[in-house]
Structure formats: structure tokens, C-alpha cells
Design a protein around this ligand. Structure first.
Ligand code: TYD
Length: 392
């Protein structure tokens, strides 16, 4: 049984950046969030066909953040040391930030967005530009199966989880290890990070819900690492139940206990989240209106998919945030989806141009504040809505 607990209004595709701002026509779906009371999986109610979201125009690049590059680099070292794999597969390799840490002959990427696949191939890596499913799994394992399958921020983007895990089960060696990482539901609720919900994030996993799904495919989580990236993520280490090389570790048991204690199996937790989200919306609008009254110059930083949810849910327009800055080439000089707010090419912040900066990429707060030290030291201010709207 499903229960809806959050309505974030009419929304556009979160990564559909356009040169014109004919925004009213581009709000194409109602963003509602529900929970499955059987396995406690949280998902969005209305989904968009994958071809509309993940295609040759996909703008997002992992390489735009130092934090992600570092996170992938450290994981690659750990994988080589702990598992000594001969062959690795990455599902959703984006612009190659993870696989570039390995020898070209020991790693294969799957990336349906052709622009990103082409870019990574240029660096000599083998990339299949297809959506992940059993047909592809069969095609790429003709010679050998994988010792490690890794996927970051991708599995939650695929609607048919059955198809995903059946294909993984086919492609993984008998004692191979699956590692997936995605935003954590518990962190999302704790931080009031309602902007983790948008068309691409079909699911926000908890260890509880993921364990329940994996069981159906004879997989189990044996280790969980908590990560700071993407606003709080979990990295799940998964094995076949039949694999006795690894025991279920304390990190898994502790994590499940923490999720149960927080109340992820109680519907009231989700109702309370909804109330906090509404308060957050009102506070953010009030804060921005206050700046406007004082004639302060407000811009945004990081034209994230998350910002798209915030701006459209809170109905924020260019009267409140003049423009956004971003480093992503395919977002520059285009409008934030659903809004009349333009994305401009990133330039170091200067107090003479700007007073207040809304942190769209709040998940990279430390990296960004470090970069903009000089702006802050001259009295420039950042604001965030996480965990509640305030000046930093
Ligand atoms: P991110 O938060 O990873 O994702 P999502 O779009 O999934 O919500 O996006 C970060 C965005 O912020 C991306 O468009 C690049 C931009 N960015 C900057 O412009 N400057 C920076 O210093 C950083 C870290 C990110």
C-alpha cells in the first residue's frame, strides 16, 4: 500500500536548461512523494520516460566538483586494496570521474547520455552508451563477468528496480561485490532536504527499503559507509547471500538500528517532514522578500537540479534571485528550468557586485565557502534553506 506524504507542485524536468524561458509550458509533471508501506521505499508518484531525461543533451557533470573527484579517487584506491578486482563495471559513468582512476583495460562504463559517453571514450575508456538492463548485461559479459559493479547516484534514477538487479545479478561474478551509493533518506528527512526529490530521483533509498528489495534478488548488504557527499549519502556494499567471503558487518546493523530509531517505519515521521517542508518554504520566501525590501542584490550559486525543485515549489523568480552562477558549460546562458532566472558563467564572487548568495549547491557548502573566502571576508553573505532558511 502506498501513502502520499508530500506535494511539491508543478515541476519541469530538472535538467532541461533552455536558451529561452517559455517556462509555463515546460512545467510538465506534478511532483508528489509517496511511501510504500510494505517495504518502506520512498518514491515520486509521477515518473518521466527515461529517454526524456537521460539523452545526448544531459548537462550534469560529476567533474564540476572537487569533492566528487576526491570521493571517487579515494573509493577507487579502497576497491583496489580491499577487493583486488580484475574487471570493474560502472553503471552511470557520467563523464568518467570514477573510472579514470583505473587502468583502461580493467574497467567498463555504461552511460546512456551519449554526449558524456563520447567524452569519456575520447580518453580511451570502453563505454557502452545504453540504458542498463539484462540485454546489455548479456552483451557486455560475453567474455567475462565483473568482480565489482559500482554505481553512484544512478540506481535511484531507474524506475524498474527488478530489471536493474536482475541484470546486475547476471553480470556479477559469483563472489563479486556490488557497491552502490545514493542520497540517504534519513539524512534527507533530518535536513528537510525536500529538494532531493525531482524527476530523476525516482527513489530515495534507506538501508531498510534497499535491504527489502535486494532480498528478492538474493542479495544482501554487508557494510554501509556514511558519506557527506550529495547532502548525505550511503555507500552500500552488497553480496550474494550465497557468498560466505564476507560477514554482515556492524556498520550495517548499526545503520538499520539508527533508521528504526529515527522512525523510518512510522508514517508520522513523513507527515512531520511535510509540515517542516511547508515551514521551510514560507521562511525562505520571507527571507528573500526581506532582502528585496532592503534592496540587497541577491543571486544563486550552483544551478542544481535540487534548486529547480526549490525555485518552482516556492515560486521564486528573478525578482527575488536575479541570476545563478554555475561552472557547467551546458547550463550557462540558459534559464533554470521552469523559471525566468538565467544561469551565468561562474566568476569569483565580488562584494561590489553582489550582497547575498543563495547556495543552490548546498551539498558543496564547504568547497564553495572555501572558494569564496574573499567575498565573505568583505561582508558578502551566503544563505541556505538547509536544514532551515537562514543566513550562514
Ligand atoms: P549537484 O549538487 O551535484 O547536483 P544536482 O544537479 O544533482 O542537484 O550539482 C552541483 C552544481 O553546482 C553543478 O551544476 C555544478 C555547480 N557548481 C558550481 O558551479 N561551482 C562549484 O564550486 C561547485 C562545487 C558546483
Amino acid at each position: 500500500m502506498y501513502k502520499k506524504f508530500l506535494d511539491l507542485g508543478d515541476q519541469p524536468l530538472a535538467n532541461s536548461f533552455f536558451f529561452n524561458c517559455n517556462f509555463s509550458k515546460k512545467k510538465i509533471y506534478k511532483l508528489k512523494v509517496k511511501i510504500n508501506l510494505k517495504n518502506f521505499l520512498v518514491s515520486i508518484q509521477n515518473t518521466i520516460p527515461k529517454q526524456k531525461m537521460f539523452n545526448a543533451k544531459y548537462p550534469y557533470r560529476s567533474s564540476t566538483s572537487f569533492t566528487m573527484k576526491e570521493s571517487f579517487r579515494k573509493l577507487a584506491i579502497k576497491i583496489l586494496k580491499n577487493f583486488n578486482p580484475k574487471l570493474i563495471l560502472e553503471i552511470g559513468s557520467n563523464d568518467g570521474m570514477f573510472i579514470k582512476n583505473f587502468n583502461k583495460n580493467m574497467v567498463i562504463g555504461v552511460e546512456p547520455c551519449k554526449n558524456l559517453a563520447i567524452e569519456t571514450r575520447k580518453n580511451g575508456f570502453k563505454i557502452f552508451s545504453n540504458y542498463w538492463d539484462l540485454n546489455l548485461a548479456k552483451k557486455i559479459t560475453k567474455l567475462k563477468k565483473f568482480d565489482i559493479i559500482y554505481s553512484a547516484n544512478t540506481i535511484t534514477h531507474i524506475k524498474n528496480l527488478g530489471s536493474v538487479f536482475r541484470a546486475i545479478s547476471y553480470a556479477l561474478e559469483k563472489n563479486g561485490i556490488l557497491i552502490i551509493e545514493d542520497p540517504s533518506l534519513m539524512d534527507c528527512l533530518k535536513l528537510n532536504a525536500y529538494d532531493q526529490f525531482y524527476c530523476e530521483h525516482i527513489y530515495i533509498f534507506s538501508a531498510i527499503s534497499l535491504s527489502s528489495i535486494l532480498k528478492e534478488y538474493n542479495f544482501e548488504i554487508f557494510r554501509i559507509e556514511k558519506l557527506k557527499v550529495h547532502g548525505g549519502s550511503n555507500r552500500y556494499y552488497i553480496k550474494r547471500k550465497s557468498n560466505k567471503d564476507f560477514k554482515i558487518e556492524k556498520s550495517y546493523k548499526d545503520h538499520i538500528a539508527a533508521e528504526l530509531k529515527y522512525g523510518l517505519k512510522n508514517y508520522t515521521i513523513y507527515q512531520e517532514f511535510k509540515k517542516r517542508v511547508e515551514i521551510s518554504k514560507n521562511k525562505l520566501i520571507k527571507l528573500l522578500n526581506g532582502f528585496k525590501k532592503k534592496k540587497l542584490r541577491v543571486i544563486g550559486y550552483g544551478a542544481t537540479a535540487k534548486s529547480v525543485t526549490v525555485l518552482n515549489y516556492c515560486k521564486i523568480n528573478k525578482n527575488l534571485i536575479s541570476y545563478f552562477l554555475d561552472t557547467t558549460p551546458d547550463k550557462i546562458n540558459k534559464y533554470l528550468p521552469g523559471c525566468d532566472i538565467l544561469v551565468k558563467r561562474y566568476k569569483k564572487l565580488k562584494k561590489k557586485n553582489v550582497d547575498i548568495v543563495f547556495l543552490g549547491a548546498w551539498n558543496f557548502k564547504d568547497e564553495i565557502l572555501r572558494k569564496e573566502k574573499s567575498f565573505i571576508s568583505k561582508g558578502g553573505k551566503f544563505i541556505t534553506h538547509i536544514p532551515y532558511p537562514r543566513i550562514l
